[in-house]
Design a protein around this ligand. Structure first.
Ligand code: AMP
Ligand code: GLY
Length: 429
């Protein structure tokens, strides 16, 4: 009998996971909860919200789901994996205790300090006055300083302050105005690092790790990294700065020590570890950990992983990946996110999307915020969809993906025109 797999989530990341899992010869039936129109050709979409863990549990038990893959961070931190495990279900994703690597910056920074994992120097504060004094010790010397709230803040919890006024504003927002609620009860103040950012994705069964691939996201909404931060406007794999030598160093000084540290702390990390690094002149430093796949990074990672991904996800979930390995296709893979007018601020929904049927066969479409309305595909989110494309080189992949984007249209559609430019410049030397 084939297996039944349930993917939890509704974004582009989950569309990419479903797309890859659908290629597994072992899977007989795929479900997505709640899923989106992009997933519905590969999976049956079940109208249960990703946060509704009781209903999801009931569904998984009733359908005898063989493996559940949790996409987003919120259900991980709320303990969905713990709940499913308690009922004997196999789940890909860390427990709530292990997901603190992402969910609490105080936890992750203290872990790094305790286990000598390279990261920016920092202090933790729960009191406004001492936070201000510490921040001033940077800004009075003309140095930038970074203010981070402890908990999840939908990507808005980190401020890189250029001067004292900006630093004070950020401290005050968290501690006086309490704009982040509980998430801002404690804050981190840390030195500002210089360098290029790289995201590294590794699978871990709690003891061992398998390096998947590195990627670079584009957080700002406009070209040349201008405008406000978004969830991510595009990505590509294998940034040239992340050499094999650097990967060995990161494995040895960051990834392996992190997994060992989590085990020593009694909360082994099983899942995908997404390590956000700054490559500084003094070597790689951890900016943050995430306890899940990235969005839109997953949209460039899944297309290049060769073979069946199911045994890897099952191995991670069971706590044994010994003997398993990952082969990543040679070449480049890029994705460009198409967003609604106004995103990441307010935007309208319900704009008709056209042109998908004109796309070439080698263009992969991953939906993020779309819906079906009277049989028509319409926009239903800030990030609407991503187009992913593989090619022999970055320049080829980029040329093709931008040609393909020209075929798609919806009112107010915008996207970055400079995805991958940094890598391209390095490629061209
Ligand atoms: P985080 O959520 O901690 O990764 O922070 C979000 C973004 O803020 C990162 O992707 C960096 O661009 C920036 N950032 C965070 N910490 C630092 C730091 N210590 N120095 C410079 N930039 C940082
Ligand atoms: N692309 C950034 C994230 O998934 O957190």
């Amino acid at each position: 009998m084939g297996k039944k797999v349930l993917v939890i989530g509704q974004g582009g990341r989950e569309n990419a996971l479903v797309w890859k899992l659908a290629q597994s010869p072992e899977i007989e039936k795929l479900y997505a909860a709640p899923g989106n129109p992009g997933m519905s050709c590969y999976a049956e979409c079940i109208p249960i919200a990703a946060q509704d863990e009781e209903k999801l549990l009931e569904f998984a038990l009733k359908e005898s789901i063989d493996l559940t893959v949790v996409g987003p961070e919120d259900p991980l931190m709320a303990g969905m994996v713990d709940l499913f495990n308690k009922h004997g279900l196999l789940v890909f994703g860390p427990t709530a205790a292990a997901a603190r690597l992402e969910g609490s910056k105080v936890f992750s920074k203290n872990l790094m300090k305790k286990y000598n994992i390279p990261t920016a120097a920092y202090e933790v504060f729960t009191d406004y006055d001492s936070a201000c004094t510490f921040a001033r010790s940077f800004t009075d010397n003309g140095r930038r300083v970074v203010i981070k709230v402890d908990g999840l803040a939908a990507g808005k919890g980190v401020v890189v302050a250029e001067n004292w006024e900006e630093a004070e504003q950020a401290i005050s927002a968290a501690m006086v105005e309490k704009s982040f609620g509980e998430a801002g009860q404690a804050i981190i103040i840390e030195e500002c690092l210089q360098g290029e950012e790289v995201s590294v994705f590794s699978l871990s069964d709690g003891q061992r790790t398998i390096f998947l691939v590195s990627a670079q996201d584009h957080k700002r909404v406009f070209d040349n990294d201008e405008g406000p931060n978004t969830g991510g406007m595009g990505a590509y794999i294998n940034p040239p700065i992340y050499t094999a030598e650097l990967q060995r160093r990161v494995e040895e000084t960051i990834i392996t020590p992190t997994i060992k540290a989590m085990d020593s702390e009694g909360c082994p990390f099983r899942g995908v570890l997404y390590t956000g690094l700054m490559i500084t002149d003094d070597g790689p430093r951890v900016l943050e950990y995430n306890a899940r796949f990235g969005d839109p990074e997953t949209q460039v990672i899944m297309p290049v992983i060769q073979g069946d991904i199911l045994p890897l996800f099952e191995g991670v979930a069971r706590g044994n990946i010994e003997g398993l390995n990952v082969t990543v296709e040679a070449g480049a893979c890029v994705c460009v996110v198409l967003a609604s007018e106004g995103y990441p601020g307010n935007y309208e929904k319900g704009k008709v999307i056209t042109g998908l049927d004109a796309l070439d066969d080698n263009t992969i479409v991953f939906h993020s915020g779309t819906a079906l309305q009277d049989g028509q595909l319409v926009t239903a989110g800030g990030r609407v969809m991503a187009l992913s494309l593989k090619a022999a080189s970055m320049s080829e992949a980029l040329e093709q993906v931008y040609k393909e984007i020209n075929k798609i249209n919806f009112e107010g559609m915008h996207f970055r025109k400079d995805i991958g430019n940094r890598a391209l410049k390095r490629e061209e030397g």
